[in-house]
Design a protein around this ligand. Structure first.
Ligand SMILES: Cc1cc2nc3c(=O)[nH]c(=O)nc-3n(C[C@H](O)[C@H](O)[C@H](O)COP(=O)(O)O)c2cc1C
Length: 177
């Protein structure tokens, strides 16, 4: 089925401190499971989500390179941490701090992916929104490769791996880039 056409609007839904949003996909990123809050916050019904590609929630403000880096991690058996702006069915959005990880069969093959998400820490937007806006504008002129190069330069400057940088932002250890 085709991805629904949703026009983004300036309406933010904020997670609560205790919210814990879970979904599971197959190796092609089709949604196999979502907990109640995953379904409720998306604005879709469970039937509308199950079996659909996870990009049903993709917000146009997200730079493409963010997802490229995500897949470079999880397809290589590693977990990934990062901030994601998600698009609701009604056009509104919600920000999450996500941890996505692969699960393996007994032979070490990747069989599924899990994502668990929590409320981003207060103040994260001051850091992440300008970063994503900058990456989007680089991608507009130089393509995703330009975005990836910019992230690489940032990580070199900070002397950190991607996940380490994201976790330190979420913990409040880093408050500027
Ligand atoms: C377990 C799992 C959870 C995901 N969760 C989200 C999500 O909440 N929002 C999102 O935009 N993409 C999520 N993705 C990534 C999407 O599958 C997709 O790569 C992304 O939305 C970019 O879509 P596009 O390639 O069509 O631009 C997830 C992927 C996996 C494997």
């Amino acid at each position: 089925m085709k991805k629904p056409q949703v026009t983004p609007i300036e309406k933010e839904v904020k997670l609560k401190e205790e919210d814990f949003i879970v979904s599971k996909t197959d190796t092609k990123s089709k949604i196999l499971y979502g907990n109640k809050i995953f379904i409720d916050i998306s604005g879709y019904t469970e039937e509308e989500l199950l079996g659909k590609p996870h990009n049903i929630l993709r917000h146009p403000d997200m730079p493409r390179c963010a997802f490229k880096i995500l897949y470079e991690h999880i397809q290589n058996g590693k977990e990934w941490f990062g901030y994601v702006k998600n698009l609701r069915k009604d056009g509104g959005y919600y920000w999450v701090f996500a941890n996505i990880s692969p699960t393996f069969d007994n032979n070490g093959n990747i069989i599924e992916y899990y994502s668990v998400r929590r409320k981003p820490r207060d103040g994260f937007k001051m850091i992440i929104e300008p970063l994503y806006q900058n990456l989007k504008s680089i991608e507009a002129s130089e393509g995703m490769e330009g975005g990836l190069r910019a992230v690489e330069e940032l990580l070199n400057k900070k002397g950190m791996e991607f996940n380490e940088l994201m976790i330190k932002i979420q913990k409040g250890i880093i408050d500027e880039l």
